[in-house]
Ligand binder design. Structure first.
Ligand code: PBG
Length: 344
């Protein structure tokens, strides 16, 4: 026999509180995973990710970068094998960065436009084997500069217009090798316009420009400079990269790059600059790119190695925050791991 209990009166449960009628219950939309997916505002997909890779001279080399666990400098032969894997995982774009031997570096970065140099050779080989993989090449002098700066140095000053002339040669050399996008990361004034004009004049109208428009003078680039052995030999990069305290100046830089012919505009770093990403998204109709830089990668890796955070969850939360802020594309060293196992 079932004895049904009378329903307790509200006053009996907690005589001191009378619950008001709750009209809105946001928790209703969080009740199950299916429901949460149904109302999710931001989707992170592999289509959004660009994988930065490091190439060096030699053969059969896979050299670990201590401050970037899981990231390697590859010789070209090994890189090609790695890219086959990366493509199969669904990654569609890479950003290529070279480690240049010290003896090839000089003040004017002349190796940067050597048609037989490491980057053009690498781009040609990649495009021959994987024509569908989008290849983005970095345009800047620092990997080639004996001073470790992004431009030509004279009496401790980074020259602007003389540097732009070299950057244009570098961009043309990369276009000729088959790069889909040239990506000026140097922050010299006027480089996007000069590059666009030169590319068009030489018939490279299909080669795009991904402009590092709002690139800040950030301490988050440390591990990358280890990877490329490209740390400045004197001073810092504050006379060309932006002051982290400035937001309106980022809008000015973006407006200039758009007017000079950029196809994509970038904010770098990403995590400490989500407000900049958001403002730029409002200010332009071009796709916005965020660079989840080496220091951001290293921090998560270091904490995860110690067991202090759950790496996959933190990575997905971090990348999602960049998309939510307004990034359409994200350059991230996590791209391969995300593709391998982590995407929900
Ligand atoms: C240099 C360049 C840098 C990065 C990309 N291109 C470093 C710098 O400006 O010193 C940093 C990328 C990273 O930290 O992941 N032109």
């Amino acid at each position: 026999m079932v004895i049904s209990q009378p329903k307790p009166q509200e006053s009996e449960v907690n005589p001191s509180v009378s619950t008001p009628a709750i009209r809105h219950r946001p928790r209703r939309l969080r009740r199950t995973d299916a429901l949460r997916r149904l109302v999710r505002e931001t989707q992170l997909t592999l289509d959004d990710l660009i994988y930065p890779v490091f190439v060096r001279e030699g053969t059969e080399i896979e050299e670990a970068i201590p401050s970037m666990p899981g990231i390697y400098r590859y010789s070209l032969d090994v890189l090609l094998k790695e890219l086959a894997v990366v493509l199969r995982l669904g990654i569609k774009a890479i950003a290529l960065f070279p480690l240049i031997p010290a003896e090839q570096k000089d003040n004017a970065g002349t190796e940067s436009y050597n048609p037989e140099g490491l980057v053009p050779r690498t781009v040609k080989a990649i495009k021959a084997e994987f024509p569908e993989l989008l290849v983005m090449t970095d345009v800047a002098l620092d990997p080639y500069s004996s001073a470790g700066h992004d431009g030509i140095v004279e009496d401790g000053v980074i020259l602007n217009d003389e540097t732009v002339d070299v950057l244009v040669k570098q961009a043309l050399c990369q276009a000729e090798a088959g790069a889909d996008f040239v990506c000026p990361s140097d922050m010299m004034d006027g480089r996007v316009g000069a590059m666009r004009q030169a590319l068009d004049a030489d018939g490279w109208t299909q080669v795009g420009i991904l402009a590092y428009s709002a690139k800040y003078a950030s301490a988050y680039y440390g591990p990358f400079r280890d990877a490329l052995d490209s740390a400045p030999q004197f001073g810092d990069k504050k006379t060309y990269q932006m002051d982290p305290a400035n937001a309106r100046e980022a809008l000015k830089e973006v407006a200039l790059d758009v007017s000079e012919g950029a196809d994509l505009v970038m904010v770098k770093p990403a995590l400490a600059y989500l407000d900049i990403i958001s403002q730029i998204k409002q200010a332009t109709t071009l796709p916005v790119v965020a660079y989840n830089v080496s220091g951001e990668y290293a921090m998560i890796k270091a904490a995860a190695e110690r067991g202090w955070i759950d790496e996959p969850s933190v990575v997905l939360e971090t990348l999602t925050s960049m998309k939510r802020a307004g990034a359409d594309l994200i350059l991230t060293y996590f791209a391969k791991q995300v593709a391998l196992t982590w995407l929900p």
